[in-house]
Write a new protein. Sequence first.
Length: 645
Amino acid sequence: LTSADPAVLLAPNATTAGASSIIIPVANGTQSVGFNVQGLEGQTQSVTSVVTASAPGFSSGTATMTTAPAGITLNGLPGTTTTLSPSSALYAYVGVVSGGGVSPVQNLRAGGPGALTVTFTSPAGVGELLKAGTAAGTTQTALIQPQTYYTPFDTTSGGVAFHPLLSGTTTVSVSAPGYITTTNATQSVSVSQPTISVNPATVGSGLQTSNSFFLGAGNHGGVNVTLTSSNAAMLLSPNAGTAGTSQITIPVADGTQSVGFYVQGLEGLTQSVTATVTVSASGFTDGTAAITVVQSGITVNGLPGTTTLASPSSALYAYVGVPSGNGLSAVQNLRVGGPGALRVTFTSPAGVGELLKAGTAAGATQTALIQPQTYYTPFDTTSGGVAFHPLAVGATTVSVSAPGFITTTNATQATTVSVPAISVNPVTVGSGLQTSNNLFLGGSDHGGVTVTLTSSNPVMLLSPNATTAGANQITIPVANGTQSLSFYVQGLEGQTQGTTTTVTASAPGFTNGTASITVVQSGVMVAAVPATIPSTAATVDVYAYVGLPSGNGVSVQNLRFGGPGNLTVTFNSTNAGAAALVTTAQPVGAATQTAQIVPGTYYTPFSVGTQGVGMDPVSPGAAVISVSIPGYISTVNASQAVTVQ
């Protein structure tokens, strides 16, 4: 490659000094080859040169390369800053002049005079320039090294920074010998004193709430911040556990900008008062905010809209805070430094219910305390709280009040007390079988009751557990605190039609509960019969299931207790010559065998050794293994085909 003008130099890579002519070896198979173009220093006008590329076996290629005067710009200076803001790192870029700056940026060339010295300048007064190892001043220098286009980005690496000193507007500019100082080589900055911002807040009389202020700069070296209230109705505290005063001072460590504090409302206010909190600190412009102190409100919580005579007592608690609408827009803690705990009175008209508190007699009125730094009365009676205990059927209310506090609409809550009900689940049971069921008492605070369950039809029997014979009526004792109760329903043997009956559950103090119980003809199916089996295979255990007919088979249910006893199941093979049936009592294969289902189970034994039935693959052929029980539906799955191979 050859340049026609020495102002345009050529280099095979970014790290080699340029020359007017260079040679680049190109490996076989390679077509695209990179090289670098360098502009000779000292050019004040654009110079155009033709670069010719030639190689044996190729027609030469040419292109026009232009070297133009280089430019420099300034970067990193903010448009605005404060006297306490951190220093701003400055850096210069070099490249092709475009518009008010440079574009694109281009690295300093290899093979030139060396590093480029850039001078940073700022007028004295508003700010100063910093560089590691040199005194702060109005001028600093930094170097752009070959193969880079910028000065270092921090002072420790040889870069420059702007440090604000006073309020005002100033400039910073950069220059370098032989480089055009573009419009962007000079930039302005406005320096102001940082401000303090404070959040407005609303606090209840006798209460406290958190607030915060924000310092406009963190590079303050550590300052004492003073907060002052314009009105004695609004007090200030550095934290949640300190009594408020009209003025406080908070030390703030260097680097910290956001700081919390508390505002407190003086007790006894019945009208809103707006006060101003002023926050001041050395080096900052004061910050102010409006703090509104309002009469506090109270609400009651925890009372259910409905309850029953057997329901447990309901814990009640009062909340205090800023009133809004029917209740509180925000709960707020009782302030520290006030008269002490706040006494809250709970009231409920006598008759339908009573109020409970540990250590005092039940009655229509009770009191509880809200302690400083909390917004609520205790949540249980043992800790000094209050509870509502239902006594009679009817509607009533509970209300709360406290001296000097607005009794909001939600300071009164209504409840309706009713007789608890019993609910029972509906189920379906097979004739001669049994299944579990349960009922639910509508309240647990019943003191212990006896529940009576009655069947409306003798085809459906009731049992307190899985091992007791059923009866038309049973009683089950239920301990206090218990609501859910299990029992069993049984279907009388011999039913071939579905019969719907009613179970009624009753107990003193409860409304009766009823549910439909359907008794249906039971079904049987055979299980574990293989589809195919070698004639040389061992005997296979087969067994029967009973239950509710479902699909092609059954939904299993156990044989009931109190019936005729064991249930005999007959197993049959249509081809004993191929698949014979065996038992322990009759080990020689036969076409028919029997096995027993005992009460409390839904299946015949699972092995020949436990009095079950086995299928012996005698010789190749096809057979159908089936099961049957008198009075039971033989489902589709009561017969299974087997092929002996």
